[in-house]
Design a protein around this ligand. Structure first.
Ligand code: NAD
Length: 292
């Protein structure tokens, strides 16, 4: 059983919002940090809406909902993270930004056994750990990949990634924490994209090439993959869910990490990102979500 009392979540977007919600439901005190106040406000409103819905559906008692919401602190003050037992970083999928955050976390966290986890979809854990270790020697052993899936309260898997220097005991503690949060942990080694995105992203990319080349309409591409392959969601809608900007970042990391241009994002993905059509989170990606 995991002994974590306070979790810090860095990034209050789609993933940070979900991770902080399930941590609070699993009785942890949670500090959610984001550089943007608007993201914190949206995160808080989403927590209130989703937990109220769980009460309405009879999945949660009103008292538990109130207690979970009370356990979450939303903050734009970095120093509020200092005392946490466990930090999970969920900011933009950019290696430089993550390196900067891990260097800062290494010198900010005060507990001697605090764990620094990243929800990165594809970036090398060893590389992120090295940035932390530069700021505080020896801390790389406490850096681990803790890869949740969207939407976090629903998806069962946490892909746990062991960096080159991650301690085995930290991997075991990460699995225990994932189980406490109601998830199934499965472990992978530290190669670009790990297992999930190494396999998923090329399929999503091919969906976009099929669309760009006029092979079929978007509904047909997704319908063929859902009805024909029994996938719960087609590649285009799934990309909208993940965020087209995040997909493009992951594909670039795969291309660089696996040293092959075939992983680069399809030009249509880059074009939609440039147009601000990032998917569900901006109301429009391949599909339009503004009506619902
Ligand atoms: P998002 O765009 O919804 O949220 C990112 C958040 O990070 C935003 O609220 C932004 O304000 C904040 N942010 C950006 N730079 C920051 C900084 N320097 N300091 C503090 N906050 C900062 O993105 P997301 O979908 O939540 O993805 C976050 C991470 O989770 C990425 O690494 C992504 O690859 C990973 N991930 C995403 C999915 C998915 O399906 N979207 C699934 C698994 C993992």
């Amino acid at each position: 059983m995991s002994d974590v009392k306070t979790m810090g979540v860095i990034g209050a977007g789609q993933m940070g919002g979900g991770i902080s919600q399930i941590a609070a439901v699993a009785s942890m005190d949670v500090v959610v940090y984001d550089a943007h106040q608007a993201a914190l406000d949206k995160c808080k409103a989403t927590h209130q809406k989703l937990l109220a819905r769980a009460v309405e559906k009879g999945k949660m008692a009103q008292g538990d909902c109130d207690a979970a919401l009370k356990r979450i602190k939303y903050t734009a003050n970095w120093n509020d993270l200092a005392g946490v037992d466990w930090a999970v970083e969920a900011v933009v999928e950019n290696a430089d930004v993550k390196a900067e955050i891990f260097a800062k976390l290494a010198t900010t966290l005060t507990k001697p056994d605090a764990v620094l986890a990243t929800n990165t979809s594809s970036i090398s854990i060893t590389q992120i750990a090295a940035a932390a270790d530069k700021a505080k020697s020896g801390i790389a052993s406490r850096v681990v990949g803790m890869h949740f899936f969207f939407p976090v309260p629903v998806m069962k898997l946490v892909e746990i990634i062991k960096g080159l220097q991650t301690d085995d005991a930290i991997v075991a503690r990460t699995s225990a924490l994932a189980e406490r949060m109601g998830k199934t942990p499965l472990t992978a080694n530290d190669r670009a994209g790990f297992v999930s995105n190494r396999v998923l992203m090329p399929m999503i990319n091919e969906g976009f090439y099929a669309l760009m080349e006029g092979v079929a309409e978007p509904e047909a591409i997704d319908g063929i993959m859902t009805l024909g392959c029994n996938f719960p969601m087609g590649p285009l809608r799934l990309a909208d869910f993940i965020g087209l900007d995040t997909c493009a970042h992951i594909m670039d990391v795969l291309a660089e990490g696996l040293n092959s241009e075939r992983y680069r994002p399809c030009p249509l993905i880059r074009q939609l990102v440039a147009a601000g059509r990032l998917g569900n989170k901006t109301g429009r990606g391949v599909f339009d979500y503004t009506q619902k």
